[in-house]
Write a protein that binds this ligand. Structure first.
Ligand SMILES: [Zn+2]
Length: 167
């Protein structure tokens, strides 16, 4: 079992030991209950980025679904909050756009389940926000892309730094 500064990391952590510093260990500690499988840099980046998108797109703690406009209030337990998610216009499998703000917006769980209907509406909203040529460019761009471990670590810390603390 890996330890850092006396803290025992969960067994599910699959992150190279040399990447672990106090700041990253703190984030792992906060997110360990929200990642059910092994904790990898990619999964940790997804979780912190989802929070980052929902929090930075909220106003006064209220996050609106881009598609149906239903409003969700931030709550500590996550019960209401988990009903709105970070939705990717271009699939997460395209790493280049997985963590990009011009590809992601909050969308509610309900709309996520009606993808065919929502995809059109979501696309229209993205075009309204970003203009057609940008959305078209993302849609057409299937460039292979890799993210290095240190880049994941930097992203995770950056996303996390945007989140309000003690709420
Ligand atoms: Zn919705």
């Amino acid at each position: 079992m890996k330890t850092l500064g006396g803290y025992k990391l969960p067994n599910r952590v699959r992150i190279p030991a040399r990447m672990l510093d106090d700041a990253l260990v703190n984030i792992i500690d906060e997110y360990k209950h929200r990642i059910t499988k092994n904790i990898t840099l990619k999964r940790l980046a997804d979780r912190t980025y989802s929070d980052y998108i929902r929090r930075t797109k909220s106003r006064n703690g209220i996050c609106e679904c881009i598609t149906c406009k239903k409003k969700f209030k931030w709550d500590k337990t996550g019960w209401t909050w988990n009903r709105i998610q970070n939705w990717h216009f271009k699939s997460r499998m395209y790493l280049k756009y997985r963590f990009r703000d011009d590809n992601c917006r909050p969308q509610c769980w309900n709309c996520n389940c009606n993808l065919n209907w929502c995809y059109k509406k979501y696309t229209l909203e993205m075009i309204r926000i970003f203009w057609l040529d940008r959305v078209q460019k993302i849609e057409d761009d299937n460039t292979l892309f890799t993210i290095k471990n240190w880049e994941y670590v930097e992203m995770i810390k950056r996303f996390y730094s945007f989140l309000p603390k003690n709420t």
